[in-house]
Design a protein around this ligand. Sequence first.
Ligand code: ADP
Ligand code: MG
Ligand code: ZN
Length: 610
Amino acid sequence: MEKHHKFSIWYVLLGFWVVLIVQTYLASLLAIQTIPYSQFLSLLKEGKITEVAISENIITGKMLSEGPGNREKSFRTVRVDHELSELLKEHNVTFTGEVESTFMRDLLSWLLPLLIFVGVWYYLVQRIQGGRPGFMTFGKTKARIYMENELNVTFDDVAGVDEAKEELQEIIEFLKTPNKFTALGGKIPKGILLVGPPGTGKTLLAKAVAGESGVPFFSISGSEFVEMFVGVGAARVRDLFEQAKQKAPCIIFIDELDALGKARGVGVTGGHDEREQTLNQLLVEMDGFDPKVGIIILAATNRPEILDPALLRPGRFDRHILVDRPDKKGREDILRVHLKNVKIDDTVDIETLADMTPGMVGADLANLVNEAALLAARRNKQAVSMAEFEEAVERILAGLEKKNRLINPREREIVAYHEMGHALVALALPGTDPVHKISIIPRGVAALGYTIQLPTEDRYLMTKTELLNKIASLLGGRAAEEIIFGDISTGAHNDLARATDIARSMVKEYGMSSSLGQIYLSREKTNIFLDIGFPQPTGEYSEATAQAIDDEVKKIITEQYERALNLLREQEPILREGARLLLEKEKLEREEIVALIEKSRKEKEGEASA
Ligand code: ADP
Ligand code: MG
Ligand code: ZN
């Protein structure tokens, strides 16, 4: 196809030259003799001119030729203005008129634009095709096929994400022996979404799954689907699945799914037709294939909240695997992976390095090791020592601070006490969500917490006591800050919002307030045709009642905050000890916190009996 393409331009040029040559040839055939104007004048006087046609500059006509037979010949001459010709004749000068040739100018004036046009067109076509040959391959997928032997990433190369690896293990088993699973009628998820902040190793994990299971791996980025021409993205999706079906069992990996799967109909421009079409095609293909053929679709995103809900429905990307920022232990493991290829001396202490790098993700750590190695090379060292690592950490931290990640030691301390406050209040009160673990590993603003945000208060019948306890535990974070620092931070705003919501529901919906009594005050009168985003006045209760609701909500919150404060004051030593541990390890499991509480209770009993 490429060849044909180039030739077509040469054809144009060739054709052009042919026309030129033919023209010249024809002109010579007609054999019009061009004569000087002076000769024309003398021929005229001699009576040898038989007919003329006069135009502005040129005179053509017939003349009697010199030779025998008096044959007529065509001639052509260019006239010279009269005065001048008189003068020239007086002095016996032979003179000829000449018409400026505009031929080259005319030629350039249309050839040049044509060439530019053809050039631009050619360039665009090249660009659209991304340098791939062929005009007809527009719809072909750009997915690269990595075969197992080219892709030598294994789980050993990915560290610090043990939970994600465990979950993916099942997928690997399935890809290795699909028959074992399908024979029993088991259902393997079609679509798995890797969710986590940038640089935590999602892409790496996907490759590792392919590497471990030894199946073909189709990798494409969400943005690659979205092309300039409408319909191309959809064709790509179709083609990708076509290819994958032939290679099954295999993995399709769609990186940066958010580029493609943004919720439809959002955005200022009122949606993007091409992206929608592509997304629809993806949904169709995902629904269309039989899960037994053994195609697993992995996708990665760091912004799950903007994905189209249709993508997350059962049968599509219904399984989510969180690839979170590594804790201290995880960072140690990741550093070990990357230090394997670097010569280090024995001043390097990996644990200390992990201590120095809170908030860093795998990509940052890989970068850190690389920077340190470069520094050592610049200093002509035989091996990288701790000094280089320390310098590299400083550099990278300076870069990260700009990106607003939580790494400031003071902030970490506040967060540690805050989280410990939540945990201790929750553990002391029944009916609150069980504390699984607490962590002070910074997270992206809204990127995560996604998987755990199922509102428990809607799923259970909850008693008034339980709701109050829940409010207290939500306020425990701020209470801890107040006890320890005598000051409060903005970190609790989400807690406050949730606590207030619960309190308001208690008063307005559940009839749980003593002063307002058993009454339901929450009916929203919204007109669906006029729902333009702000709450309509409900008009269901009076101003006075509204005031009473506010007072009641405030009372509940204040009381529970006091309760949380008291609970935490009683346990202040545990609070301090727990926060210290948390700062050290960044993550505490439920058992560790319970053990702390137990220990302190025993100590107290010991004191009392002594
Ligand atoms: P993501 O796709 O989550 O943004 P990548 O998988 O592209 O992150 O990670 C970029 C690089 O960072 C990887 O190639 C690897 O060198 C390093 N890296 C990231 N996470 C890890 C990890 N958990 N273990 C080892 N290396 C990692
Ligand atoms: Mg990636
Ligand atoms: Zn909180």
